[in-house]
Design a protein around this ligand. Sequence first.
Ligand code: BG6
Length: 489
Amino acid sequence: MSKLPDPSVNVIFGGTGDLARRKLLPALVHLAKGGHVDPRCRVLAVAIEDLDDVGYRSLARDALAVAGVTAADAALLCGESMHYHCIGKGAAADFAALAARLTALEQAHDLPGNRAFYLALPPQVFVSTVEGLGNAGLASSPGWTRIIVEKPFGRDLASAETLNRQVHRFYGESQIYRIDHYLGKETVQNLMVLRFANTIFESVWNRDRVEAVQITVAEDLGVGTRAGYYDRSGGAIRDMLQNHLTQLFTLVAMEIPSAYEADSIRYEKIKVLRSTRPIAPAGVVRGRYGAGTIGGQAVPGYLEEVGIEPDSRTETFVALELYVDNWRWSGVPFYLRTGKRMGKTLSQIAVRLRSTPAALFDSFGAKHETADTLIISLQPEAGFSLHFDVKVPGAPFRTQRMPLDFRYDHHFPPMPEAYETLLLDVLEGDQTLFVHADEVEQSWRLYSSVIATPTPLRDYPAGTWGPPEADHLAIPDTDLWQETWTGKR
Ligand code: BG6
């Protein structure tokens, strides 16, 4: 087994909240179970509720049960090593009390002063918490101090710049771990292995061989219980495009980093964003779902969801076209598409190769079967399939598109949850899978025009693949939305 990360106190702000309950606590249990946590580590949950250690342990056990963790596994986390601290109104004295509590815990348990602060908090209390920590002297410690923050990192370029400045007043960039949970997905990391560990793919990964790239993150769910927040602060552009899809885009388009480590990879991703052409309004379609049917069930439209303002103009779908003006990608369209209440949940990257220069077999197969396509599937199935033409045995002479498949679940045990991977990286001090301040700003800069001058909102019925106006923002002559592992189109 690899070396254990240094023992630390893992402080969870928002310890009673949804993110802690659903993601952080289960991830910490899995890490403990996997033997990745030093037995001296402590969890210190922080929130405004008036609880003590025993009360929080019981809340955590209940939350873990709801998250599907067995009582035996929950006991690995929710015993004597789990603590709770009430932050009161979040005044300076409250943060000073937190600092004293931390020191006391470290002394009592012979810990070297390593601290990870997870800010599992709503955006409106984010800055005041960072300031509270910083002013209480909690930006440094005798060991390491790391701060873990969740999206949204601002809601446009100006607010992202302000946010970065506010956090940088207290914490250096090497202390800040900005989570984009897509980066913690195994298949997203596999994208780099696929590209850089196999000559076959990297040798065709350029404008000479690639006709178009299509990145799709479709969800069949609607906005559900987050409706109010999504309507005010989200929308498909802010909630998905600026972060998750843009991460996938930069990983597909980036140059080969000089090493598999944080600075080299982040540097290459930032270069992609800098080389991306400003977005033309004609290349953007926004949509909003209306009532429809999903899996045989009638579902309401966006405006009928509880918590949505009747005059809302928030989009639940966006499709657009990007061009990277560099030597590798000049002229190759990248189609990015994401939406809620789509026909099914599916995240995939399709890389369509150019057709053969001479169409020797055109009359023997369907037209679209002349170009090979690599499908990298992130979810629900994880793996990839390369679709190419083969001769159908016997006469008459015919060609048929067939897939060459690799699926993770056929070869490996279930994959760790993204949060498990990311939290372990925090404890190990590895920022490779976290987002740099410059990346955040460049990404908002790219979408500034789309946010400032929204294109018309097009309706689509729930359960479909978005508004027909977006159909041209996809690889032509194919039905990749419907791609399946059986190779059927
Ligand atoms: C979140 C968005 O960041 O990602 C949600 O805020 C979205 O709206 C979710 O549903 C999708 O994540 P995943 O891992 O289920 O694809």
